[in-house]
Design a protein around this ligand. Structure first.
Ligand code: ADP
Ligand code: MG
Length: 174
């Protein structure tokens, strides 16, 4: 088994932030599937969606997920990667899946403050808090389903990283 570490959660949950810090602490590689797609396809998420629709994007995302998965790698997945049963099974079978959980309010506030994330196309065209509520309502069960561990992502990043390191240390003992 590959034993990668997968970060899942909604946009703004901290998959990139926490994933990078975790990889640094573990001396693992860090890969963001969104960034990997942007680099390999020479297109932004918005451009891929505009050209191929969300279905096309999701297909490419599944391929990216499988391509980047390797030992000693922290993989930050796209917020919607869990929509695919195939992706969920793949992640559970190839490593440890961490769900970074935060409320719609917190997510919306973070996204409003982050200009890079603001560029990502809206899924619904609704205001951001409502969109995050919708997204969580439809995905919470999937995040819970795929996760080996659920963490409170509203804590300071260093605390979240510390908890993940503890979980990994505990798992190695068993
Ligand atoms: P994701 O990759 O899940 O979309 P990011 O890591 O890009 O999320 O984080 C989104 C925004 O929220 C960034 O501005 C980041 O600095 C901030 N952020 C992430 N995690 C935390 C945290 N635990 N506490 C406070 N702010 C955070
Ligand atoms: Mg990210």
């Amino acid at each position: 088994m590959t034993q990668a570490i997968f970060m899942v959660g909604a946009r703004g949950a901290g998959k990139t932030t926490i994933g990078k810090a975790l990889a640094l602490a573990l001396k693992y590689r860090f890969i963001d599937t969104d960034l990997f797609m942007q680099q390999t396809l020479q297109s932004s998420v918005a451009e891929i969606v505009a050209r191929e629709g969300w279905d096309g994007f999701r297909l490419r995302e599944s391929i990216a997920l499988q391509t980047v998965t390797a030992a000693k790698t922290v993989v930050a997945t796209g917020g919607g990667a869990v929509l695919s049963h195939e992706n969920r099974a793949f992640m559970r079978n190839h490593g440890i899946v961490i769900y970074l959980r935060a409320s719609a309010d917190v997510l919306a506030e973070r996204l409003t403050e982050d200009p890079e994330d603001a560029q990502r196309p809206s899924l619904t065209g609704k205001p951001i808090v409502e969109e995050m509520l919708d997204v969580l309502a439809s995905r919470e069960a999937l995040y819970q389903d795929v996760a080996h561990h659920v963490l409170d992502a509203t804590q300071p990043p260093e605390d979240v990283v510390e908890q993940i390191l503890q979980i990994l240390a505990d798992e190695k003992v068993k």
